[in-house]
Structure formats: C-alpha cells, structure tokens
Design a protein around this ligand. Structure first.
Ligand code: NOJ
Length: 479
C-alpha cells in the first residue's frame, strides 16, 4: 500500500510538472520571428531615424515574407548612449520612435495581420539619467535609496564593476554593463554581512525592484504586447553561483506571467537554455556567447567578433561537432519545455553576409540551415535580402563595446529600394551610414527576381509551415 501511495504520488507530481512545463502558447509552435532594429528599419518622418509609423508601413512586407512575430529592440525613453539599452523611462516610448499611442496603432495593425509583437525588457539596469537613479544618488535617503547597489562610502571600491562618481551620495555604485548603466538592486544570492551593500534577495529594496519589474511587464502586456525579450536575463542577482537565485526569480515571474497572460512569451537573452528554459523562459538563444557552438558555424575573419574556419564557409572544411554536441545537450535538457533559437544574427554581432561569405548561394545555404532547423527561427532584419556587415564604422550610440569590438556594422538601415538612402529615409543625414555599395541588395529588386535570396527565404518559411517535420518541433540528427 505504502509503495502504491509513493508511486502514485511520484506519478502525479510527474504529471503535474510535465503539464506545467508544457503550458506554452499554441502560436509558438509555428512561430517564425523577425528581429527588427527600430532605429534602422523605416523612417516615416524624415528625421533620419526609423520609427513606429515606419514599421507599421512595412507590415505587409513582413506578412508576405511569412513571419508571424516581431521582436523590437528597446523603444523606451533613453539618452541613447547604448542605443536604447539605457532606459530613462520604462513607461514611455522614446519621442524619436513616436508615442505610446503609436505603439497601440502598430500592435493593432500587426495583430490584424496575425503578427505578434514582443518588446525588449531591460531588466538589469537603467540609464544613469533615470529619475530613480538620480534620486538614488542623493545624499538623503528616499524611496530609491535601495533601488541600486551602492557602497556606504566613496572610499570603498570592491571591484572594477563599482563606479567612482561625483554624485552627492557617499558611495560608489555597481554597473551592469557600461559605466552609465547602473545595476538595479535585485539583491545578492549569499550576502556577506560585512559588506552592507549586499542585501538579501528578500530585503525591501530588492523586493521593490522585483515588483517594479512586474509592473513594467504588466503595463505593456495590458496594452496588447505579446511578450518580451529580456536583456541580460542572467544578470539580475549578484554573486549567484550556478544562478540558483536568478533561476528562482524567473520561475516566480513566469508563474505570475503565465497566470495573467497565458498567450504571452518570455524570451531570454541568456544563451544558456538549460538554465533559462528550466527557469521559465519560453525561448532562449544559442549565439555569440554562453553555450559554445554558434561562432564555429558562422564567424570568420571579419565582423564584430572575429574567428576562423567556420562550418558555413565555402572551403567546406569547418567542423560541425562543436555546435552539434552543445546543441544536442541543451536540447536534451530542455526538450518539451521551451525552444532554442539559432538566430541569423542580432544587433550585437555580424550578419551571415560578412567578409568573404557574400554570394547568394552561400547565403541561401545558411538560410536553408536556419529555416529548416528545429526551435524558433529568428531572422534579423535585412538578412532575408543578404544585407552586408559593414566594416570600419564609427562608434554610433555606444556600438563599440568596452573590448573595442564594433556592432555598428550590423545595425545599418534596411535597404528597401533604389531611391536615396535605399528608401529608408528622406533625410539628408541619417543617424548611421548605409551600405555604400552601388549593388547593395534591396527588397524591390529581390522581390522581382524569382532566384533571389528574398524569394528563397519566403519559400523556406512556407516549406517550414507546410511540413511539421521541418518546423519548430521537428526532430534533428546530425549525420
Ligand atoms: C545586451 C544587448 O543585446 C546589448 O545590445 C546591450 O548593449 C547590453 N545588453 C546592455 O544592455
């Protein structure tokens, strides 16, 4: 009898946990994402920077391409020292992109075409111009004193991530990425009582930060947004060995989120699916950092991050095993609980068309791999027409990383047609240079050419949709 009860309990708890893990929205099973860099997609008002109305005007293009969801990089108010990843108001669209009502209009127009829209949630830090940080940097204590992580004296500098400063508060603050991106205080996994800036995750400061995070999510979800890509999702809780507390945080957020927004999705920028997906994210990437493998597929001697002899090189002597072995392991550890995405590129690293990988045939090969692979495809804007990574651009809105690698070359304006600025903008001066090549790929031309990369990508997306074996839940073996 006792044996039976134990077995029944185990079975039941197994059943419950399997069910809970499978509660992801049905639409994800056939989703094809398109990552769109809002400042570089389409400028509707002629100020040289892309905007929400511009995006809205191109929804038919995206619909015809066959994508079913968009992730946009941050569109919130910001001084744009890190291209919008330095938010100064989480509840307001940056004027250069439009206003909150323009987002509602975009959502509406996208939803009419069956396209979902996910925003970018910068969960781990703000701009140093954010009013919360300005208040936190005051000498007197106030509501935001514990919203960030400060030492109790300007003489204490516990490591290079603490930033010396001239703010009135007697302390140094912890940054999360660039110096002007102070880390929000979600607490420390194992606070050392001798270091009084290390608060437990349950202390009032970290608790308030966590609640604010949910408030931001709810604010936009209640307006009809379909989910979020979470910037540096791994970074919230400090000194967190094996990310135990960080995973607990996201598990809690997911439970709350799923109950309130069962159709919503959470996408991690973590690049460690075994952690992120098991913590509750619906999607995580394998890309330029984290679990190894992606660079061995694509990175050659050019681009933001240089490497050599990638698998997708026409010499054909690259090695697939680094990617495959790591991918297989991640898949085994996450199967049925969420999706691993292998993106074509993103705003932080080079596109497939990079250096000597530049022919339509080579790019078709890359796209054939990405769009028949299981998991959720993420096409980075412009990769469907084979836009080039542009070398040697200046530092634009923080594109150059602290290690000197430049991301600007992957952020250049979308190339639409033969008019000035390739139809991106009518402005004399655009905020970032465009590919200057006279034969730069453009949508207009590729649309009309049945052998183009664009039409090949369209056909691949259709093939994927028509054949579940090639879809998000397809099985894969490396031979
Ligand atoms: C990751 C983002 O992808 C990157 O563009 C940004 O600079 C950092 N996080 C800091 O938010």
């Amino acid at each position: 009898m006792k044996k039976f009860i134990i077995t029944a309990t185990l079975l039941l708890s197994g059943f419950i946990s399997i069910k809970a893990q499978n509660q992801y929205p049905e639409w994800l099973k056939s989703a094809v994402f398109y990552q769109l860099y809002p400042q570089s997609f389409k400028d509707s008002d002629g100020d040289g920077i892309g905007d929400l109305k511009g995006i809205e005007s191109k929804l038919d293009y995206l619909h015809n391409l066959g994508v079913t969801a968009i992730w946009m990089n941050p569109i919130f108010e910001s001084p744009f020292r890190d291209a919008g990843y330095d938010v100064s108001d989480f509840y307001k669209i940056a004027p250069r992109y439009g206003n909150n009502n323009d987002l509602l209009a975009l959502l509406n127009a996208a939803h009419k075409r069956g396209i979902k829209i996910c925003l970018d949630l910068v969960a781990g830090h703000t701009s140093d111009k954010h009013p919360w940080f300005k208040a936190s940097a005051q000498a007197d204590s106030n509501e935001f004193t514990h919203r960030y992580i400060w030492t109790s004296s300007k003489d204490i500098l516990p490591g290079s991530f603490f930033i010396k400063n001239d703010f009135p508060r007697n302390g140094n603050y912890l940054k999360n990425f660039f110096d002007y991106q102070p880390a929000l205080n979600y607490g420390y996994a194992q606070p050392d009582p001798a270091k009084n800036w290390q608060e437990p995750v349950t202390a009032p400061g970290p608790t308030a930060t966590r609640e604010e995070l949910k408030k931001i999510i709810a604010f936009w979800m209640d307006k009809g947004v379909d989910g979020f890509r979470v910037d540096m999702a791994f970074s919230l809780i400090k000194d967190d060995e094996n990310l135990v507390e960080t995973k607990k945080l996201w598990t809690e957020v997911r439970a709350w989120f799923e109950q309130k927004y069962p159709q919503g999705v959470l996408i991690a920028e973590w690049s460690k699916p075994e952690y992120s997906i098991n913590a509750g994210f619906h999607i995580d990437f394998m890309m330029h950092f984290g679990v190894p493998g992606y660079p061995s597929l694509f990175f050659n001697k050019w681009g933001t991050f240089k490497s050599q002899n990638p698998f997708f090189d026409k010499r054909g002597d690259g090695d697939f095993s680094d990617f495959w072995n790591n991918y297989k392991k991640q898949l085994e550890l996450t199967q049925g609980k969420g999706y691993i995405s292998i993106p074509s590129a993103n705003h932080d690293f080079q596109r497939p068309n990079c250096g000597n990988r530049n022919s339509t045939q080579e790019l078709k090969t890359v796209m054939a791999f990405l769009l028949t692979w299981p998991g959720i495809p993420f096409i980075y804007y412009g990769d469907e027409i084979g836009m080039r990574f542009i070398e040697n651009l200046p530092d634009i809105e923080g594109s150059i990383l602290p290690d000197g690698n430049n991301r600007a070359g992957t952020r250049t304006p979308m190339q639409w047609d033969k008019t000035a600025n390739a139809g991106f903008s009518i402005a004399q001066k655009i905020y970032i240079p465009i590919d200057p090549a006279p034969n730069r790929p453009i949508v207009e031309q590729e649309d009309a050419d049945k052998n183009s990369l664009l039409n090949f990508v369209k056909a691949l997306i259709k093939l994927r949709k028509d054949n579940p074996a090639l879809g998000n839940d397809g099985k894969v073996e490396a031979l």
